[in-house]
Design a protein around this ligand. Structure first.
Ligand code: PGA
Length: 222
């Protein structure tokens, strides 16, 4: 990171009650107030609205992202939430996380539709890829490289390998590149020291416990 303004994304996945999310914000927000980069918080969908209200009323510098969006625009799609329905609340949306690809059979075609709908609505996709084999839909700006073997295992990819992948991505497009997979307070600096890695995506391993996530933020400030 040359400009030392990394994006640090906290993806809570399907964890926590609103009380716990609220307490998470109370603990993390003071620690993030002096952070030079951007903190992007992704609580479960129902908590985006109260989280947004809390962040706004306290004037915290935390941005919100949804963990997914529908492939459809508004209409007869029971259970779905369209990008156009959350645009007032979130600035970003994670799209293509490996857990969605695996558990919900999300194909490259479906993901391209999600990206398109997000962009139409004015939400910036954070597009996850598991490796160079994945296609990246046109007009994606932020790509998160997340090798599945590193997710939730405590076995992060090597910073050198992530650097190589990021270099290849940047040769293909003008992407902001994040690394994700077992990012911790201990290893985050080694990733962000690489000029081509612009931020990190922190999943359940070190985002659920506010103290561990604060360690990540603090170690990302160097
Ligand atoms: P992890 O998850 O930090 O728990 O490895 C990363 C992710 O799923 O994005």
């Amino acid at each position: 990171m040359n400009d030392r303004k990394p994006l640090v994304v906290a993806n809570l996945k399907a964890n926590k009650t609103w009380e716990e999310v609220s307490s998470w914000l109370d603990q993390v927000a003071p620690a993030s107030s002096s952070f030079a980069g951007t903190i992007i918080f992704c609580p479960p969908l129902p908590f985006l609205i109260p989280a947004n209200q809390k962040i706004k009323s306290a004037n915290w510098r935390i941005k919100l992202a949804s963990q997914d969006v529908s492939r459809f625009e508004q209409g007869a799609y029971t259970g779905e939430v369209a990008a156009s329905q959350i645009v007032e609340i979130v600035a970003y949306a994670i799209i293509g996380h490996s857990e969605r690809r695996q558990n919900f059979n999300e194909t490259e075609e479906v993901l391209a539709q999600k990206v398109e709908n997000s962009q139409k609505a004015g939400i910036e996709p954070i597009f996850c890829i598991q490796g160079p084999q994945n296609q990246i839909p046109q007009a994606v700006n932020i790509v998160a490289y997340e090798p599945p073997a590193a997710i939730g295992t405590g076995k992060a990819d090597s910073p050198q390998n992530a650097q190589g992948v990021s270099q290849k991505l940047k040769a293909k497009g003008n992407y902001t590149v994040l690394y994700g997979g077992s990012v911790s307070g201990q290893n985050v600096q080694a990733f962000l020291e690489k000029d081509v890695i612009d931020g990190v995506l922190v999943g359940a391993t070190n985002s659920l416990d506010p103290a561990k996530f604060i360690e990540v933020i603090q170690s990302a400030s160097f």
